[in-house]
Write a new protein. Structure first.
Length: 619
């Protein structure tokens, strides 16, 4: 592979601030070559997301004078896709400015570029500006092309230009980013000088007020990320210069500045009043619309459930008494949209689990309605039993059977006593049985969309009870994938679901395969196998399967006390279900049959970058 390390070394004069005095707050560093022992640079993450950042704070504006820094940064890099096609590119890299102390968010690999995740991708609490060099278009937020984008507080680009990166695979790119504080313009230039391909410059600029977005002092860095697809990013050199110059003024300049401030305050006040009034009316209209829809749904739920047997409506006061006013001592766990409490009804001598949706969580209330509509109609020995519901006085609660042994993840990854192999095998088969009922045996097909070890509950006999149907969707058995929007948990979501947002029975089967591998290995799907390694659980197991060492991945806490044929069969079925090509995955019925007919399974090697080829299992 040819390596090119030429960089742009042209200079742009800094534009002075109004009323400048000699510079008292400037930053400059130059790194012609990266040395792991360098003290001025910090390295964070692994290859899935990885961040290189300057070790010191960078002042970007001053609250006393409201002056903002000019800055210029240049860096050279290349990206190697290992000769893959456009659809198999991974993600890309980005230059960013973020608050001091910013850390790589969890579950931020792939298109999140190591800077966002599903929770923060478009949050109003964000304080981040970035320039992204995106090799792969994520349909959820990206334009439909490879692009260079300027992003403010969001993974979605505020402005972008097309970047036909596929023409420049493995070629050295020279990036030049500058900010003119006076004009509030962020400019980007990218070119490839030492190549026979077109020497055009890719340019982009956008109006950005850094003072409105960022804190006074920031962290500057460059991030890169991959997904389940591999892509090699090499940062060859990096230079950064900024100046925050503060100048004292005489009386005339002070009066002029005061006049400008008055004019700006008046104009901004008028603008803010107009924006605020518009925003208030919009929010009020939107809230009234959502409340109408919610009332219709809740009325429908009440009518439907009152006509049939099964779940019943509880009063809020009954649940307050049962949970000791939702005390922390009764709390069993907490999720994104609420908490679960242990409850006890004296009159029936019954212990229950009460899920309380966080007050004000509209998404939580949507999931509440979805869960009641779906799970109240399902009856299966391996599904959590919904006992009742409550939506009184703005409180939304669900009541379930209490599961004494908690969730599967607490036994596999927590501090609880590890469960033995026969119990694990029973859990895997129970989960498969629940999924078979949802996919094929009920009147409609139910796509769960959030199958993971923390949603697999265990009763007193360690029987599986699959729960959390807040993200589930109904579809006809004959229909194909359902466009639902990307929700779920990274590490358990199928590649095609992440890419298209289309959930299906095949994406549920992928999640089941991941849980099956977790059961056998005792490892989380999202944890790297080794430090600074980008190999995940599926790739690791697949590699050792190909080299004939499959049993070496078995959870050490089993102390070799397991049925070798059963555990090998479960892991091979898990790999089959977690195949990156959805067309090569089994149905859940085939997966269940595969537990006992191992010789009928054929798995192909999808990871060309891994050493060793797994043996073919042919009838």
């Amino acid at each position: 592979m040819a390596n090119h390390s030429c960089c742009l070394w042209s200079f742009l004069p800094f534009v002075s601030f109004l009323f400048l005095f000699p510079c008292v707050n400037s930053v400059h560093f130059k790194i012609p070559r990266f040395n792991p022992e360098a003290t001025s640079i910090l390295y964070e993450g692994d290859a899935r997301p990885f961040v290189v950042s300057y070790s010191r704070d960078v002042p970007i504006w001053d609250s006393r004078t409201n002056q903002v820094a000019d800055f210029t940064t240049r860096f050279s890099f290349n990206i190697d896709t290992h000769g893959k096609t456009l659809s198999d590119y991974a993600a890309g890299l980005a230059f960013f400015l973020a608050p001091v102390g910013f850390e790589i968010p969890p579950n931020s690999a792939g298109g999140f570029l190591g800077l966002f995740n599903t929770t923060t991708s478009d949050s109003s609490r964000n304080q981040i500006v970035l320039v992204e060099f995106d090799t792969y278009s994520n349909s959820e937020w990206d334009p439909p092309v490879q692009h260079i984008g300027i992003n403010t507080n969001s993974i979605a680009s505020a402005k972008y230009t097309t970047w036909n990166f596929s023409l420049y695979d493995r070629k050295t790119a020279n990036a030049w980013i500058s900010y003119n504080a006076t004009a509030q313009i962020l400019s980007v230039t990218l070119n490839y000088k030492n190549t026979s391909i077109s020497k055009r410059d890719f340019t982009l600029s956008h109006h950005v007020d850094l003072k409105e977005i960022l804190p006074e002092r920031v962290k500057v860095g460059i991030s890169a990320a991959t997904s389940h697809k591999s892509e090699r990013h090499r940062l060859l050199s990096w230079e950064f210069s900024s100046s925050l110059e503060i100048k004292t003024t005489d009386e005339a300049k002070k009066r002029k500045r005061n006049k400008m401030i008055v004019v700006l305050v008046v104009l901004l006040s008028i603008l803010m009043i107009v924006v605020t009034i518009s925003f208030v009316f919009f929010r009020r209209w939107k809230k009234m619309k959502e409340e109408r829809e919610e009332r219709v749904n809740l009325t429908s739920i009440n009518d439907d459930l009152k006509r049939g047997a099964g779940p019943r409506r509880f009063s809020y006061n009954d649940l307050v008494v049962a949970t000791n006013n939702f005390s922390n001592q009764r709390k069993l766990g907490e999720g994104g949209f609420g908490a679960v409490f242990k409850g006890y009804f004296n009159d029936s001598d019954t212990t229950v689990a009460v899920k309380k949706i966080a007050r004000g969580s509209r998404q939580g209330r949507k999931e509440y309605i979805t869960e009641i509509k779906i799970i109240s109609r399902l009856r299966h020995r391996n599904l959590v039993q919904l006992l009742g519901w409550c939506h009184d006085g703005g409180e939304f609660l669900l009541v379930y059977d209490f599961m004494p042994n908690g969730s599967l993840d607490s036994h596999l990854f927590g501090k609880k006593t590890p469960i033995n192999w026969p119990c694990r095998y029973k859990i895997a088969r129970g989960l498969a049985s629940a999924l078979l009922y949802l996919h094929e045996e009920w009147d409609q097909c139910v796509v769960h969309r959030d199958i993971k070890s923390s949603n697999v509950m265990l009763d007193s006999s360690f029987n599986v009870k699959l729960g959390d149907f807040g993200l589930a969707r109904l579809m006809d058995h004959e229909l194909g994938p359902l466009t639902t929007g990307l929700v779920g948990t990274l590490g358990y979501m199928a590649p095609e679901y992440i890419r298209t947002g289309r959930a299906s029975k095949a994406s549920d089967v992928y999640s089941f395969g991941i849980v099956a591998l977790e059961i056998a290995t005792g490892r989380r799907s999202v944890d790297p196998i080794e430090e600074n390694s980008q190999i995940g659980l599926v790739e690791w197991v697949w590699h050792l399967y190909g080299t004939g060492n499959l049993l070496s991945v078995v959870d050490e806490r089993l102390h070799a006390e397991f049925d070798e044929e059963q555990i090998e069969c479960l892991m091979i079925v898990g790999l089959w279900c977690a195949h990156p090509d959805s067309s090569l995955r089994p149905s859940i019925r085939q997966a269940i049959q595969g537990h006992t007919t191992l010789t009928q399974i054929e798995i192909e090697e999808p990871y060309s970058s891994l050493k060793g080829t797994p043996p073919q299992l042919v009838p």
